[in-house]
Ligand binder design. Structure first.
Ligand SMILES: [Zn+2]
Length: 216
């Protein structure tokens, strides 16, 4: 089984961007539960259609739909260090995460970004419809608004409306604090200042991962 670190933080704190940078430069893999769910929804399986309904209503995907998918994806990734983003989303899911991983995560990393900054970032972020590569004012897509990684269409995520963003942010404000308080009593928690450039944040995340997972 893989050694797993969780990447937590409010929406807009750069988890996807930072996770992709970490994945690129290290013998560690990054898995985004949110991307996994959205890919399943696009795939049109029966489970995908149920996930699609939840996502398009702005609801949370039910844990009985999401956790089997995440667990299977982790198994497919084999051995070695893994950085997992997107779960738990609520305090009552920490037991599901523990069961799925066969124990507590070796490390929990919190990307900390103040609320007004998170909202401002979410309002301007766009992603590739195919591979979910993130773009924004500082990282522009290729000419014609195409993804530089896969050529897909770059657009605002469907769930990034102001209303849905505010709702997701307020859920995290309550649940995120409770989740992190739980992990402070269960494993190592590293809090990282996410107001800085993604490369700087990713380098610090990588240092913590090497120290905790012994990858190198
Ligand atoms: Zn792409």
């Amino acid at each position: 089984m893989r050694e797993v670190a969780l990447l937590l933080g409010r929406q807009g704190s750069g988890k996807g961007t930072v996770g992709r940078i970490v994945d690129r430069g290290a013998p560690l893999r990054f898995l985004s539960a949110g991307e996994l769910l959205r890919a399943e929804a696009r795939g049109g399986t029966e489970r995908g259609r149920r996930i699609e309904v939840a996502l398009s209503n702005g609801d949370q995907v039910a844990p009985e739909e999401s956790y089997p998918l995440i667990g299977q994806a982790i198994e497919r990734m084999g051995e070695g260090g893994l950085l997992l983003d997107g779960c738990p989303r609520r305090r009552n899911e920490v037991a599901l995460v523990k069961r799925m991983l066969g124990g507590e995560p070796a490390l929990v990393i919190e990307l900390y970004l103040p609320l007004p900054l998170a909202l401002a970032r979410m309002l301007v972020r766009v992603t590739c419809r195919e591979c979910e590569a993130p773009y924004g004012p500082k990282v522009q897509p290729a000419e014609g608004g195409r993804c530089t990684e896969c050529g897909g269409v770059v657009e605002q995520r469907a769930d990034d409306t102001f209303e849905r963003m505010s709702r997701r942010l307020s859920v995290w404000d309550v649940e995120g604090r409770r989740i992190i308080r739980y992990y402070e009593g269960a494993t190592t928690v590293a809090r990282i200042d996410a107001t800085r450039a993604p490369d700087v944040v990713a380098a610090e995340v990588r240092d913590h991962l090497y120290a905790a997972l012994g990858a190198g």
